[in-house]
Design a protein around this ligand. Structure first.
Ligand SMILES: Cc1cc2nc3c(=O)[nH]c(=O)nc-3n(C[C@H](O)[C@H](O)[C@H](O)COP(=O)(O)OP(=O)(O)OC[C@H]3O[C@@H](n4cnc5c(N)ncnc54)[C@H](O)[C@@H]3O)c2cc1C
Length: 281
């Protein structure tokens, strides 16, 4: 019989992980669908009994979103416009039941190329906190995600939180758009996220733009980010986007769309994201 552990203290969870191979279970919204029609034979470490992993907090230089923060928690949290992109992504993850159970950290650890949380958080320069019984470490999300369903998580580690550094400028905002085969309850064909910081004169001093579902891991678009610096924030930002800016993407043909369609959609969605964000700032 497989084992099922549900500790109520983080150190007990980490001690269990240090002793043997266990599959971590949070909201289960990726875990269970991946096992449909198969026997449930994993030894499971259910982390939903860990009270220390719940509350979203503002710290001196970052916000901390712990491992059991669900998409609903994120939508309801009192967060600045810097998080608007993350909130928009949260509202489009599955339906209400999935948003009530599924966690941001589960989305990152599952490391699907179509994970809606990833492009937004790459654009916010997020870091992840990893813990084992022996040590704690923080690493950039960009280093944590290594490929399609591949991460830097060691078997004895838990992701305990995501950290989002505070922006420096006063005028800041994020945005997110997703394209699927229908408007809601759908896996992304392409998604685009952007975050802008502007000086008092309205000109952009920092730009982050990322596209998901067009490469094994969502990609930032550095040459586009560079091209946006110094521009005024308005709807014309969408006109800055060119085909050349999409060079980091490597979309695949699959049941949801051809590579050529995805590339075209990525450019269109990126332009629309920037145009909408520019006009809202
Ligand atoms: C109907 C439906 C619709 C969906 N729609 C979307 C969608 O539109 N967009 C989208 O991006 N996703 C979607 N998903 C996928 C899923 O809801 C999200 O990825 C969710 O955020 C996963 O979180 P979870 O807590 O349920 O993870 P779980 O299923 O519990 O875990 C996922 C993986 O991460 C590991 N894990 C979880 N937490 C930790 C941790 N703290 N430390 C270490 N490892 C951990 C688990 O071992 C497992 O491998 C959908 C799922 C369903 C069922």
């Amino acid at each position: 019989m497989p084992d099922y552990l549900r500790p109520t203290a983080l150190d007990d969870a980490l001690a269990a992980l240090s002793r043997r191979r266990l599959t971590v279970l949070a909201g289960g919204t990726d875990f269970y669908p991946a096992r449909v029609g198969e026997p449930l034979d994993d030894d499971v470490l259910d982390i939903t009994g860990l009270p220390s992993l719940h509350a979203i907090e503002e710290r001196d230089d970052h916000w901390r979103i712990p491992a059991l923060s669900t998409w609903t928690d994120i939508v309801r949290a009192d967060l600045p416009p810097w998080f608007d992109g993350l909130k928009l992504a949260a509202r489009e993850i599955g339906g209400r039941q999935v948003q009530n159970a599924g966690t941001l950290c589960g989305n990152l650890c599952n490391a699907s190329p179509a994970a809606d949380g990833v492009p937004v958080l790459l654009g916010l320069d997020a870091e992840v906190e990893l813990a084992s019984l022996e040590r704690r470490e923080t690493m950039p999300l960009a280093d944590f995600l290594r490929g399609n369903r591949e991460t830097a998580l060691a078997p004895d580690q838990l992701m305990v939180a995501v950290r989002v550094p505070k922006p420096r400028a006063e005028r800041t905002r994020g945005h997110f758009l997703k394209l699927g085969a229908r408007r809601y309850l759908v896996i992304s064909i392409v998604m685009a996220a952007a975050a802008l910081e502007a000086a008092a004169d309205g000109r952009i001093v920092r730009a982050a733009v990322a596209v998901g579902a067009c490469s094994p891991v969502a990609q930032r678009l550095p040459t586009l980010e560079q091209a946006l610096l110094g521009r005024p924030c308005d709807a014309a930002l969408g006109d800055a986007v060119t085909d050349a800016h999409m060079a980091p993407l490597a979309p695949l043909d699959d049941a949801r769309g051809s590579a050529a369609y995805r590339m075209d959609a990525a450019r269109t969605l990126t332009a629309r994201t920037l145009a909408e964000l520019g006009s809202m700032m």
